[in-house]
Design a protein around this ligand. Structure first.
Ligand SMILES: NC(=O)c1ccc[n+]([C@@H]2O[C@H](COP(=O)([O-])OP(=O)(O)OC[C@H]3O[C@@H](n4cnc5c(N)ncnc54)[C@H](OP(=O)(O)O)[C@@H]3O)[C@@H](O)[C@H]2O)c1
Length: 231
């Protein structure tokens, strides 16, 4: 039987990094990706036997192939995919260019589509895909100036996750989206300069990690707000 892994994107820092460490600490086998090889090496050093890494730019198809090759070479199956990588542009309407909008769409929506399409042959039975959305992209939540492109792209990611849950149900694959509130990371600081978030990456990592391992036994196609307050 093939070995099972949890695949985590955006694992070089912030929430993804903390989630990779948390799951490895729980004795799960983790495949961690991001662009920064150096930061991934530092992550691997925390749990050398449990964490494998592939440096990959999710916006680049050739780079995505590195994840495919890694999984094929090791003959592993994905029991959970946590698509956590994301980007943020903080600009008001008048400064947001078409390029900014395309960048948000590419990073926060299309990267998830491409990754899932590429990973389809490698999922274990009853696999769980968790997409990391944002409270900014959750209908009816508070909205903030400068975050329209980011929030819109995260809203699209959550709807896409619902669509994928319907589409992959018969393959035994579940898909849920976590719309996170404020967590103290580099991204939070660029969205809300000078503000302090009520949650640390390690705290959120525990929730995200446990959710990825267990929640698909109880729900599918859900878009879930995970926030203490505003923002
Ligand atoms: N922090 C918050 O308050 C908050 C709130 C709501 C939602 N979220 C969501 O939570 C997720 C993690 O956020 P975070 O705060 O931990 O962000 P972060 O500290 O900025 O980390 C983002 C991660 O995404 C990776 N990444 C960015 N562009 C990439 C690309 N082209 N290819 C591959 N990897 C790429 C980065 O690694 P490299 O730069 O090494 O590639 C990094 O590991 C994001 O989806 C974010 O939208 C965060």
């Amino acid at each position: 039987m093939s070995k099972k892994i949890v695949l985590i994107t955006g694992a070089s820092r912030g929430i993804g990094h903390a989630t990779a460490r948390y799951l490895a600490g729980q004795k799960h086998q983790v495949l961690a990706t991001a662009r920064s090889q150096q930061l991934l090496d530092e992550l691997k050093a925390t749990h050398p036997k449990r964490i494998e890494t592939v440096a990959c730019d999710l916006l680049d198809a050739a780079s995505l192939q590195k994840i495919i090759d890694h999984i094929r070479d090791r003959n592993v199956e994905i029991s959970a995919l946590i698509h956590n990588a994301g980007g943020l542009v903080n600009k008001p309407l008048r400064d947001l260019t078409d390029q900014d909008w395309n960048a948000m769409w590419n990073m926060n929506v299309l990267s998830a589509v491409r990754l899932l399409r590429a990973m389809l042959p490698f999922f274990a039975k009853k696999a769980h895909i968790v997409t990391i959305g944002s409270m900014g992209g959750f209908q009816g939540s508070s909205k903030y100036p400068g975050l329209s492109a980011y929030s819109t792209s995260k809203g699209a990611l959550s709807i896409w996750s619902e669509c994928m849950a319907a589409e992959l149900k018969n393959d035994g694959i579940s898909v849920n989206c976590l719309c996170l509130g404020a967590v103290q990371t580099e991204m939070f600081s660029s969205a809300f300069p000078g503000m302090k978030a009520p949650v640390k990456p390690d705290e959120m990592a525990e929730f995200v990690g446990d959710f990825a391992l267990k929640a698909h036994n109880f729900m599918n196609g859900k878009v879930i707000p995970v926030a203490l307050g505003d923002p």
